[in-house]
Design a protein around this ligand. Structure first.
Ligand code: DC
Length: 240
């Protein structure tokens, strides 16, 4: 059997990673993994236990204590914490506003990076995050960095909340996004950065389908050039 292929898709908040990664995963027939949802799930658990996210000792003890496992739902890996899939609760503003603090804790990253790497046991993956191309799978030849202008990203995030019927103040959304980007980019461990060799795509004026197609074209070209049978062989009709 051939080695699993990993497509790493990194970028700041609301840069379109989730929608695009899902489209790419579907076209390739690969498992979709949202690594940000794992950091959110730990943050959700911390809050659910009534802990303060700034209480590092409690956070570290919790991440070592909880049982983490995965179930595959509609082509996506979903992490369960002590047997519970937090589902959409990880999208709530209370979690969104605190997750960068939890994601900056090295022990949390150590545990979750090991979990992320272990997911190749399910086969080839499209994994989105901040450090997938730089830290989690630095050896993958398929690295992409998505970006979009800050106001476009704030509008997208406000739209996400509206779709979930969560009332938000647009200024608060924009501020929270800017604050997250600052924390994610400046933390000491695995900060958000463009991985060496990543293809950078600013998709401010692109649809998710157009962005996904650019990625699929790159993978196809690289696959042909490298003769990567795993990629070309699994594309089916999805990657033109
Ligand atoms: O992609 P997202 O907005 O769901 O990410 C949630 C948080 O987790 C965000 O603060 C960045 C952080 N994160 C990270 O540090 N490393 C990753 N691989 C994915 C997300």
């Amino acid at each position: 059997m051939s080695e699993p292929v990993v497509v790493a898709i990194d970028g700041p908040s609301a840069s379109g990673k989730s929608t695009v990664s899902r489209l790419v995963a579907k076209a390739l027939g690969y498992l979709y993994v949202d690594s940000g949802a794992m950091y959110r799930a730990i943050t959700w658990k911390v809050l659910r236990e009534g802990f303060d996210v700034n209480d590092r000792e409690q956070v570290v003890a919790l991440v070592h204590r909880v049982k983490l496992d995965f179930e595959i739902v509609e082509g996506a890996a979903r992490m369960r914490v002590d047997g519970v899939d937090p589902g959409e609760a990880v999208r709530a503003p209370e979690v969104a506003e605190r997750v960068s603090i939890v994601a900056a804790v090295p022990e949390v990253r150590q545990v979750l990076v090991a979990q992320q790497r272990s997911l190749t046991r399910f086969g080839s993956l499209v994994m989105e995050g901040r450090d997938i191309g730089s830290v989690v799978f630095p050896e993958t030849p398929f690295k992409f960095y998505l970006d979009a202008d800050p106001q476009v990203r704030a509008q997208r995030r406000a739209k996400d909340y509206a779709a979930m019927q969560i009332a938000t103040d647009p200024n608060r959304v924009a501020q929270a996004l800017a604050q997250r980007d600052r924390l994610d980019s400046s933390r000491a461990v695995a900060p958000l950065q463009i991985a060496l060799g990543a293809v950078v795509i600013n998709n401010s004026n692109l649809t998710p389908e157009q962005t996904a197609q650019i990625i699929l074209d790159h993978i196809r070209q690289a696959g042909v050039r490298r003769g990567a049978m795993t990629v070309t062989g699994r594309q089916g009709g999805g990657c033109r």
